[in-house]
Design a protein around this ligand. Sequence first.
Ligand SMILES: *Cc1c(COP(=O)(O)O)cnc(C)c1O
Ligand SMILES: [Zn+2]
Length: 421
Amino acid sequence: MFVSHLQCTICGKSYPPDALKYVCPLHGDEGILDVVYDYAEINRHLSPAQISASRDTSIWRYWDLLPLTDRANIPPLQVGWTPLYHARHLGAQLGLDKLYLKDDGRNPTASYKDRASAVVVAKAGELGEKIITTASSGNAGAALAGCAASAHLPSVIFVPETAPTAKVAQLLIFGARVFLVRGTYDQASDLCLAAAKEFGWYCRNTAYNPYTTEGKKTGALEICEQLASANSWSPVSAWSAPDRIFVSVGDGNIIGGVWKGLRDLHALGWIDKMPKLMGVQAEGSAACYNAWKAGADEITPIHASTIADSIDVGLPRDGRRAVRAVRATNGEFLTVSDDEILEAMPLLARGEAIFAEPAASAAYAGLLKAVRAQKIDRAETVVVLLTGNGLKDIRSAVQAAGEAQTIDPTLDAVKRAISAA
Ligand SMILES: *Cc1c(COP(=O)(O)O)cnc(C)c1O
Ligand SMILES: [Zn+2]
């Protein structure tokens, strides 16, 4: 393992690897830790070409860039290495020559959260933990329940009672102990933390557990590796960063994780520039956007409400780092309405055949808005991270796509229907 230390994102204090389980004790639950590596040592052992030659089609191809010591604890479920599509059709519509869509709905439990949960479950194995828990709006829980089932570790999941049925079904079918909390995701988070402390469960709560970010950074590693090898048959010796990455933001842990992956690659000298990170929030759940707009470092909690349940967050758990990610990369925050999110869903599905859940299509809606505002140059390489699969929330899909027509089982009925249309 090449971790050199853990560092508090508030006071900058360093701690030895594994000295702390969760947060900097000087700052309570807000003292989120960054995992810092010995980059020179990594470069002495490893090259990007070696990784590009790997036949491991999962996040574990980046083993040496992850905070783990024993491969025996890896859950067998195959997470990551999702496709990065060159979206020629939608790109042409938008006047973008190099538009790419990363379909993370292709993960085993159908969202980006599998990346974090796989790493945290592996860590739980190293630490000898017996029970693992998380709060979730749905996807993080499904991912943890799946990865925990894969490692035969019992899991306890807290979700708001309003979570989409498909996500709750995922939790139950994987055998998790499920609590539907009468309250918001924010309340479920606080309850999960309290329960973890009370019962001694290992807590995966987003950002509170420092290894969620390390899992989520793997999406950025993949983007830079996949962009570099898109036009090459042989392993590439340097990777390529895109110009911009659009990421939907709820807690802010995905965008913070993407930023961390890029910072790691930049520190290693494997990419030569930092992409602008474009954070996209729902209008009704825009706490990070508000802080960014106001030039503030502190996030003011709001009463959140959006159709995109995965980004329906009043108090972002990793908001400070999300705002930093956008500022430090000269990116921007954007907001999109629920209608714009619903409009983006069929566009993605019909344009490039990717069925994305509302929180994922929000990122694409953000791109549309940025293009309309002429913020993006035709020649830029733009990546949109599509974080979850549309089957997770078919109510929204039906709302976006409309109902199908019912007919009698006769050819005549088909003829009448066709001529009426
Ligand atoms: C969790 C999630 C997000 C947002 O990630 P945060 O880390 O909460 O900002 C976006 N899309 C989907 C599908 C998600 O599950
Ligand atoms: Zn601190």
